[in-house]
Design a protein around this ligand. Structure first.
Ligand SMILES: Nc1ncnc2c1ncn2[C@@H]1O[C@H](COP(=O)(O)OP(=O)(O)O)[C@@H](O)[C@H]1O
Ligand SMILES: [Mg+2]
Length: 286
């Protein structure tokens, strides 16, 4: 079942000279993790904003084509240009790059409960969702903390908790680790994997950490200048080393080595991880 269907999407911001998105078409199946990579300015954030309807409902411009979201719980389809953002936000949750910009309450629990109170849910339901969101994101025990006092990784997990409390079936994360230190990056990417694998949440992840994307994504989209230039399984995308290098995408070391060994005829196919590389090469014989 496709939960996201984007068809011939083009978008130009008001007063902009050029289209930020051109002829974008792809689908995402229920439970998939879709990775999006591409240089700065290639349209990744703009694409994220189209997935929960902020574009074209709140940020207007020239919008052509369609973005259709299916709620897997009901099977109902929502064409984003005809659906209010609050309705879409219970199906598609959006997490941004900078956690501070998304946090504005006095305590961790108020931050998570905030959106729920606006949904008009009953007290017991709010408490149930609050406990669940704290548990999944590993923030239990920090309920009364002042969000700005948390570490970067904790703040981003809190932003994710606030989105999860809405119980979306899809979450879209736009470079959620780019402001974080290595520990925070691991915390957040570990959480993303957990949500996808254990909780069946469909994930769209924009991430510079190519190593993570190639390892964990089911499918990868590579963008450049508002267009999709590559799209496929991680291995298929990884084969296109020249295109990736031209776009400045940093390839994981195992992949660089694998390309070199392939060129020299030592390896028959592209290998993505150090573990796989070692198992292909085998032990040196004496
Ligand atoms: N609010 C805006 N108004 C006009 N142009 C914008 C706006 N936001 C982004 N753009 C332009 O759209 C293009 C894509 O930007 P963006 O989606 O932020 O790319 P990325 O997230 O890949 O860095 C860029 O050329 C950028 O300058
Ligand atoms: Mg961006």
């Amino acid at each position: 079942m496709n939960v996201i269907r984007v068809e011939d999407l083009r978008f130009k911001y008001r007063r902009a000279e050029r289209y930020s998105l051109k002829d974008i078409s792809f689908t995402v199946k229920r439970g998939e993790l879709l990775g999006i990579i591409g240089p700065s300015g290639s349209g990744k954030s703009t694409l994220c904003l189209t997935l929960n309807g902020i574009i074209p409902n709140s940020i207007k411009g020239e919008f052509e084509g369609e973005v259709v979201i299916t709620d897997p719980r009901t099977g109902e389809e929502y064409n984003t240009k005809e659906t209010p953002v609050p309705t879409l936000s219970t199906i598609v949750g959006l997490v941004l790059q900078n956690p501070e910009s998304q946090l504005f309450n006095m305590t961790v629990e108020e931050e998570i409960a905030f959106g729920l109170e606006n949904l008009g849910l009953e007290r017991n339901e709010i408490l149930r969702r609050l406990r669940w969101a704290l548990e999944v994101t590993g923030l239990r025990g920090l309920e009364k903390e002042f969000p700005p006092n948390l570490s970067g990784g904790q703040q981003q997990r809190l932003a994710i908790a606030a989105v999860l409390a809405m119980e979306p079936s899809i979450i879209v994360l736009d470079e959620p680790t780019s402001q974080l230190d290595p520990v925070g990056k691991q915390e957040v990417l570990g959480l993303v994997s957990l949500l996808n694998r254990e909780h069946g949440i469909t994930v769209v992840l924009v991430e510079h950490h190519t190593d993570y994307i190639l390892r964990y994504a089911d499918r990868v989209i590579v963008m450049d200048r508002g267009e999709i230039v590559l799209q496929g399984a991680p291995k298929e995308v990884a084969e296109e080393a020249d295109t990736l290098r031209r776009l400045g995408v940093k390839l994981p070391p195992a992949l660089e080595v694998s390309h070199e060994l392939k060129k020299r005829g030592v390896l028959g196919e592209t290998v993505l991880t150090p573990e796989e590389l070692l198992s292909r090469i085998g032990r040196p014989s004496r």
